[in-house]
Design a protein around this ligand. Structure first.
Ligand code: NPQ
Ligand code: MG
Length: 366
């Protein structure tokens, strides 16, 4: 496949409600979309980096810079997703930027060949059960109100964001109000240290599915030590940036469950490789979320349909985050989202809406 041009389009998407995690409060999503134009068709990729390097070291301005300066110029004349991944490999890090470009190339390639993301990746289901991530709130009543709305909408699993000072009380309150059958898990986004092991062990009483990323990103050995002190299974998110990291975490006993986010690991090819490794080791995986628009969401839902994704993902409906999505919105039906079946992502941006949220656009001609 030959590329004629690439558009780097930056969009601003207001969130329906502020989303608070242990690293900060977000009120809007600042997103780079990569659009690859070939003689036979186009492809889209969404960069999941945030405006500030709070979740990981990546941020939007850096992603734009590395795409323009290094990643796009490195693409070979004839390219497919695998060749794009290989060409970008010499450049260290910047996995979210790489993932966006690789995904745009893959989408173009699949739209041309007429195959869906789900089929290409090896999906074994036509719909996926969905969970939702619930931010840190100012009070327990506010949290219970929010969880209750999500339960009524049909979400099959609730994830509570936690931090020191907001852990036991919210978990206890949600268990008391919604009962023991509710699938419940927590995510600390690296807010604790090993010195908090005794506090975290108090969560053992609440039959949580898992605790996600309790300690710092680079603390694999400490996660292994913590896992020995908890009954709750430890799941890693931020720590896992590659199939090598996943192998190390499994070998060390640092994670018994892995959250796969394609952006964090550099793309859907790497995400698939991590899935395959985890299946081989009997490690359950689930698909994380980065507040994606319908474009990123479509690819995540396809990935979440692979057989190793045995836990509900943060693959929420579009309205969880956005009043207006840039695609036809993903809507929950019986707690599930349908896996798109059309070529590539199987969904297109709605031009008027896309234009109305665009803050800048730049073309790179080949
Ligand atoms: C997680 N996501 O699993 C992340 C973290 C996260 C759905 O909980 C703007 C952009 C705000 C990306 C907040 C969920 C964000 C973001 C949190 C990602 O750790
Ligand atoms: Mg997480």
């Amino acid at each position: 496949m030959k590329i004629n041009a690439i558009e780097l389009r930056r969009i601003a998407m207001p969130l329906r409600a502020p989303f608070r995690t242990s690293f900060g409060v977000e009120t809007a999503r600042d997103i780079v979309l990569v659009r690859v134009v070939t003689p036979e068709g186009e492809g889209w990729g969404e960069c999941v980096a945030m405006s500030e390097p709070l979740y990981s070291s990546e941020y939007v301005d850096a992603a734009l810079d590395v795409l323009k300066r290094f990643l796009i110029p490195a693409l070979p004349e004839k390219v497919d997703a695998r060749a794009a991944k290989r060409a970008m490999k010499p450049f260290k890090g910047h996995r979210m930027a790489k993932a966006a470009l690789e995904t745009a190339v893959l989408d173009a390639q699949l739209r041309v060949s007429g195959e869906s993301f789900g089929s290409f990746l090896g999906a074994s289901r036509d719909r996926v059960p969905c969970g939702v991530s619930v931010g840190i709130m100012d009070s327990i009543p506010e949290l219970l109100e929010s969880v209750s709305e999500f339960v009524e909408e049909g979400y099959v699993r609730i994830k509570l964001k936690i931090e020191p000072g907001w852990d036991l009380a919210p978990v206890r309150a949600v268990r008391e109000r919604f009962g023991d059958d509710l699938l419940l898990q927590v995510d600390a986004n690296a807010a604790y240290t090993l010195a908090d092991a005794r506090q975290l062990a108090k969560l053992d009483d609440f039959d949580l599915l898992l605790i996600e990323q309790p300690l710092a990103d680079d603390d694999l050995v400490q996660h292994a030590a913590l896992a020995k002190q908890l009954k709750t299974p430890v799941c890693l998110d931020e720590s896992i940036e590659s199939v090598e990291h996943a192998a190390a975490a499994i070998t060390l006993g640092a994670a018994s469950i892995i959250n796969i986010k394609p952006g964090r690991v550099g793309g859907y090819l790497e995400a698939k490789a991590i899935h395959d490794l985890c299946v081989a080791h009997g490690v359950p995986v689930w698909c994380g979320g980065m507040l994606e628009t319908g474009l990123g969401r479509a690819a995540n839902v396809a990935l979440a349909a692979l057989p190793g994704f045995v836990l509900p993902g943060d693959t929420s409906a579009s309205r969880r985050y956005f009043a207006t999505d840039i695609t036809t919105p993903f809507e929950l039906a019986d707690g599930h989202l349908d896996v798109p079946t059309g070529p590539g992502l199987g969904i297109d941006p709605i031009q008027d809406i896309l234009d109305s949220v665009t803050t800048s656009s730049e073309w790179i001609k080949f």
